[in-house]
Ligand binder design. Structure first.
Ligand code: ADE
Ligand code: ZN
Length: 327
């Protein structure tokens, strides 16, 4: 069967990380920005390892300089997502990249993104919600500024606060103020953990940041007590197997723990993370999960219902999404 048309929910998608290379090249040309060294000979994004990936990501993001650029990006990203059957997505957007942390500029970027998302919903039926995201290696002070922007724009559309970036930078506790501030404004919480660092990082992220979802979290599989804690606390993992494979967290798809996590009773969801960077799409993720672990339409339906229930949107939106998944 083709998995492309199956309705899907994607909870872990970086807005800039979803930018097609051609889109970034066109912007660079318009703005006379040199992007030497970030593409390979085939025009795909090129990086040596995770830390180099973060540098390439930030270099590509340099081309996104105005609210209009983000509106165009949003249109391109949502067209791609919809083409792969995604009916609901949450994307990570950062005031750091959208206006440099200035709250007024952030409001303008956000307005442009939302307008483009509304149009994509009318054109393609895809619903987008935003998770304001701190970049961990930019430090705790920046994260506080980011969460203040998040708190000021929390509502029906900005539904969550999160953190990505270099997991080896500082400790989760360093970012507790930012996460507390976001939570107090009504935002739901997620953070990357257990992608590069081990189970302790996931444990500290749940304990110190009160994260309800974990970005990746796959290395929790190395600690049976942590698995029990994740289940007891009803924490949901935003698993991105193609990303983990492309970045070398696991050498083969067959070594990926998603099946073992599911078998242990952990709530797992499936996302692409930064699809063009990792040569993936939601369709490709599903095809590889089917091929590697024998997942069929029923398993995917179950995983999508878990994702819809773990989405940070309001209950009316959730009900609409669940209805489409059940159809
Ligand atoms: N930012 C974009 N993609 C990321 C990833 N896979 N891990 C951490 N930070 C990121
Ligand atoms: Zn991510």
């Amino acid at each position: 069967m083709s998995f492309q048309t199956q309705n899907k929910v994607e909870l872990h998608l970086h807005h800039e990380g979803a930018a097609p290379p051609d889109f970034i090249r066109a912007l660079a040309k318009e703005k006379s920005i040199s992007l030497e060294g970030i593409f390979d000979e085939n025009g795909a994004y090129s990086y040596k390892d995770f830390w180099d990936f973060l540098k390439v990501y930030e270099a590509a993001t340099e081309c996104l300089k105005t609210p209009r650029d983000y509106a165009r990006l949003t249109t391109a990203v949502l067209e791609n997502c919809a083409q792969h059957g995604v009916i609901y997505a949450e994307s990570f957007i950062s005031p750091d990249f959208c206006g440099g942390g200035d709250p007024v500029a952030w409001g303008e970027y956000l307005h442009a993104i939302q307008e483009a998302a509304d149009k994509a919903e009318k054109d393609h039926g895809i619903v987008l919600r935003g998770i304001v995201t701190a970049v961990r290696h930019f430090g705790a002070d920046k994260a506080k500024q980011t969460s203040l922007c998040a708190a000021q724009t929390a509502g029906d559309w900005i539904v969550g606060f999160g953190m990505g970036g270099d997991e080896k930078f500082g400790t989760p506790g360093d970012f507790a103020y930012a996460f507390d501030q976001a939570r107090e404004s009504g935002l739901r919480l997620t953070s990357h953990a257990g992608e590069w660092s081990g189970p302790e990082e996931v444990r500290a992220t749940i304990r110190d940041l009160k994260a309800e979802r974990i970005g990746h979290g796959v290395r929790a599989i190395e600690d049976a007590d942590l698995i029990r804690e994740i289940i007891d606390r009803d924490v949901v993992l935003e698993v991105c197997p193609g990303s983990n494979y492309a970045l070398g967290v696991y050498p083969e798809w067959s070594a990926h723990p998603i099946q073992r996590l599911r078998d242990a009773g952990v709530k797992v969801t499936v996302s692409t993370d930064d699809p063009p960077f990792f040569h993936t799409t939601m369709t490709h993720e599903y095809e590889m999960l089917a091929k590697t672990f024998g997942w069929d339409e029923d398993v995917f339906k179950e995983v999508n219902i878990v994702a819809a229930n773990a989405a940070f949107c309001d209950d009316e939106t959730r009900a609409r999404i669940l209805k489409k998944l059940e159809a």
